[in-house]
Design a protein around this ligand. Structure first.
Ligand SMILES: [Zn+2]
Length: 166
């Protein structure tokens, strides 16, 4: 008895819903059911054992759909296993070694003295004639380097307070 009451409640509820959609008392025709995709065969989503077995066979040897995909939201720096950009670090070390080599060559060419005031001492700077930041391709060109003392370096247009990088 209770179950029937529950069913009635559901029917009433559906009735209310249909009322609001203007469907009260109307039934979907078979044609409409097809159109709106209501299955009339009574098929459920449960798969038979046979079906499962066939799907397993089908998937066998195929990579998972997500294999090799990078998740952009957690890739790179955001990844919990991010190691701080090892590649960039080694590049920086290599370029600093090249920079030191370039600097030494510039000093040697200029005889370890300021090309402007001929200062000799340990406060020499290997200056980039064309700015280090604006002409990255000339960073390691000996011809783009000159030996300056600290004071003369301050008078150059590229001086920005960071002697080493200007
Ligand atoms: Zn000088």
């Amino acid at each position: 008895m209770k179950a029937i009451l529950v069913n009635h409640a559901i029917i009433d509820c559906m009735g209310e819903r249909y009322k609001s959609y203007g469907m009260l008392g109307k039934k979907h025709s078979e044609e409409t059911k097809k159109k709106i995709g209501i299955a009339s065969t009574g098929r459920t989503h449960k798969m038979s054992e046979e079906g499962k077995r066939r799907l397993r066979e089908f998937r066998k040897g195929k990579p998972a759909w997500n294999k090799g995909l990078k998740h952009p939201a957690i890739a790179g720096e955001k990844h919990w296993n991010w190691q701080g950009g090892k590649t960039e670090e080694s590049l920086a070390v290599r370029s600093s070694v090249e920079y030191k080599r370039w600097r030494t060559k510039v000093y040697e060419r200029d005889g370890f003295k300021c090309v402007l005031c001929e200062y000799v001492g340990n406060e020499l700077i290997a200056d980039h004639i064309k700015s280090f930041s604006r002409h990255p391709e000339l960073r390691l060109e000996i011809d783009n380097g000159r030996t300056l003392c600290k004071e003369c370096h301050k008078t150059t247009p590229n001086y920005c307070g960071k002697a080493r990088t200007c």
